[in-house]
Design a protein around this ligand. Sequence first.
Ligand code: ADP
Length: 227
Amino acid sequence: MLYFENVSKYYGKNETVALDRVSFQIAPKEFVSIVGHSGAGKTTLLKMLIAEDKPTEGAIFYESQDIHKISRAKLPSFRRKIGTIFQDFKLLANKTAFENVAFAMEANSRDDDEIAMSVPQALELVDLSDKMHHFPSELSGGEKQRVAIARALVNQPDIIIADEPTGNLDPIATYEVVQILKKINDLGTTVILTTHNKGVIDILEKRVITMDGGRIIRDDRHGKYLL
Ligand code: ADP
C-alpha cells in the first residue's frame, strides 16, 4: 500500500505550489494513470514517491514506512522496490540491449549466474529475444522503450513508475508498450503511469487520477481522459 497524506511541495522563494495537499492511496497490484496539463504537478509527485525530493508538508508511506524518514543507508533497498521508465529511455548507447539490462542487475550486486538467467527472461517478456545483442542505435523507439521496461523489471520491483513512457513513440509502438505494461500489471506489479495521451487512457480502462494546479481534481475507477 502506498499512501500520500496531505502532501504539499513548494519551490523557491516565491513559493511555487507544485503540490497542494495531495492525499490518495494506491493498493498493491493497482494500475493507476496520472494525467494533467503541463505544470499540474505530475513529475513532482513522482519525485516525492522515489524519494528524490522531500515534501514541504505531509508524508508518503509505503507499507506503513514514512519514506522520507528512511535512513540514508536503507534508501537503496527502498529504491530497489521501484523500477522507473522515462520518456527518453535513458539507455546506455555503448551497451547492447542485454548489457543495458544486465547493468541494472550488476548495480544491485547480483551474480553472473543470476544475470545470465534473468536478463533473457526479462527481454523475452518484452518480446525482444531476437534483438538482445543490438545496440540502442539499431533499435526503434518502441524497441528502446521495451529494453527500458526490461531493465526496470529485471530486479523484480514491487512498483513500476512510467513517466510519459509513450511520449516519443508512434501509435503502434505506443500500443505495444501499453500492452506490455498491462501484462506486467497482470503478473502482479503495481504500475503508476503519467501520460498526456488520451488514447493510452482509453485503451487501459484503469484508474485515472487527474491533477490541476498541484491538486487532485478527479479520481476515477475506470477513467476516461477528460481534460
Ligand atoms: P508536470 O509534471 O505536471 O508538468 P511539474 O511537477 O513538473 O508538473 O511542475 C509543477 C509546478 O512546479 C510547475 O509550476 C513547475 O514550474 C514547478 N516546479 C517543478 N519543479 C520545480 C523546481 N525544481 N523548481 C521550481 N519550480 C518547480
